[in-house]
Design a binder for this molecule. Sequence first.
Ligand code: NA7
Length: 537
Amino acid sequence: SITEPSLDYEVIIIGAGFSGIYSLIKMRELGVRVKVIEAGSQVGGTWYWNRYPGARFDSESVSYGFSFSKELLDEWKWEESFSPQPETEKYANFVCDKFDLRRDIQLDTRITAAQFHASSRSWQLMSEVGETFTSRYLITAMGPLTQATLPNVPGVRDFKGQAFHTSRWPDDSPDLSNKRVAVIGTGATGIQTIQTIASDVGHLAVFQRQPNWSKPLHNTKISDEEMAKIRLRYPEIFQRCKETSNAFIHGNGDTRKTVEVPKEEREAFWEKLYAEPGFGIVLSNFQDIHKDKEANGLLSEFIANKIRSRVHDPAIAEKLIPRNHGVGTKRLPLETHYFEVYNQPNVELVDLRDTPLECITEKGIRTTEKEHEFDIIIYATGFDAITGAFDAINFIGVNGTKLRDMWKEGPRTYLGITVQDFPNMFMIMGPHQAMGNIPRSIEYAVAWVSSLIAFCRERGITWVEPTPELTEEWYEHVNNCAVGLLANDVDSWMTGVNKNVATRQKRIIMRYQGGILVFRKYCDRVAASKYAGMKLL
Ligand code: NA7
């Protein structure tokens, strides 16, 4: 293998979440000098930052952990079928201790600039305090949902009480009991927060701009006996994840047309899916709900009736039923007694469609109707997703190309992993990558990148980059995969829209939507062809 005495490292990994942790493990296997640089004070990524009340998986715990080590699978016990954040953070730390990863991880270091130098074929990174690092290869493992966004209304800094974005929850968690608390936002995060704090707070006001479809999570505790059985089933569980198009344990769904299935049979099927834990209702449903408006409308009406049956006040129930999008066209939040929260006397729903948000004031939140006063404001307002983490770093490629500029109209990648003009940079969970059950996708992408780096090292290749032709071919494929999906016509982080960020007002294709099986087949083919067509110098 080639040694690079002039460079600090052969590989630098940005981020110590699940992507970064697994990248480090795989790079160790290759025997390269590697360093992980992490902005947070602890490892865990998403599961370190998102410590708001009620944060937990909507993915089955048993299919979420790393699958690469039987020893790890045997030693770790999941406590709940959908793991709460503190336990998952513990898991990330457990993995780091078990594989002695910490000696290669530098915490509390936020990278703000990354430049490729063509002369040395290397990356130079700079942290916000001016520390620099050089490496041949760069792996970005920054997470798809890391750049928190606050409402773009005046006064956010004026509020005199306590205010937190859910992903910046303080270590000394504030005492919410008997307080007047506002939550802005009703996405997956808002729903988890609201249902968890509603019974503790004095008064809770939920500021809802658009409601979301949601169904019960059905979380349960896992006993030691059950865990022992799960361990025996792990091979089967991970095999199943390899066969489904979202890498979950839920099946790929029914290919019959929804409207052609008799109403009684259809609704019995939906009752079953509604009563099941997890995402089955979008993953294992009739497949045409994702493309056919009528089919989607029928399912949406079924869920709307569930909301009506759970919320006592019919007027409030109607406000909680989405009108601007159908079930499964945005990321479906899963809930635990969320809708019943609105039956509590201490909970108020402020519908921002009736009374839009005007500003944040010293005392609280002003809508077009009035000023609402609070002790605490919780911003569950989401993220500048997927490309936000890239925009936050000044990435400069060959000939001074800035990634921020290049991706202004939407990202261009090859396989969602590499980028033209940005040689030797590999993205884990970047744009145009298949996501689904994310750790499964992480393991795939990291293994793919690791094989490519091994390939280059064996052959003395020190410059890897996709050509414009490959970039175009992939872009066309990504677009073709997305044709006809109802999700394309909905504003959400999945279509790249964030109304709080000036540059994110237009819908784009942000994710790979052809399914994980097709994604992998494509990437496998590229690897088998020895990366045919790529610039390998
Ligand atoms: P999301 O899903 O992007 O949700 C953000 C929520 O915040 C959503 O309800 C937004 O309403 C609302 N929002 C954002 N800005 C404002 C302003 N300015 N005023 C009022 N309401 C606002 O983020 P989450 O954190 O819940 O979830 C992100 C992902 O993390 C999730 O998909 C999981 O995969 C985990 P809108 O719908 O835009 O009208």
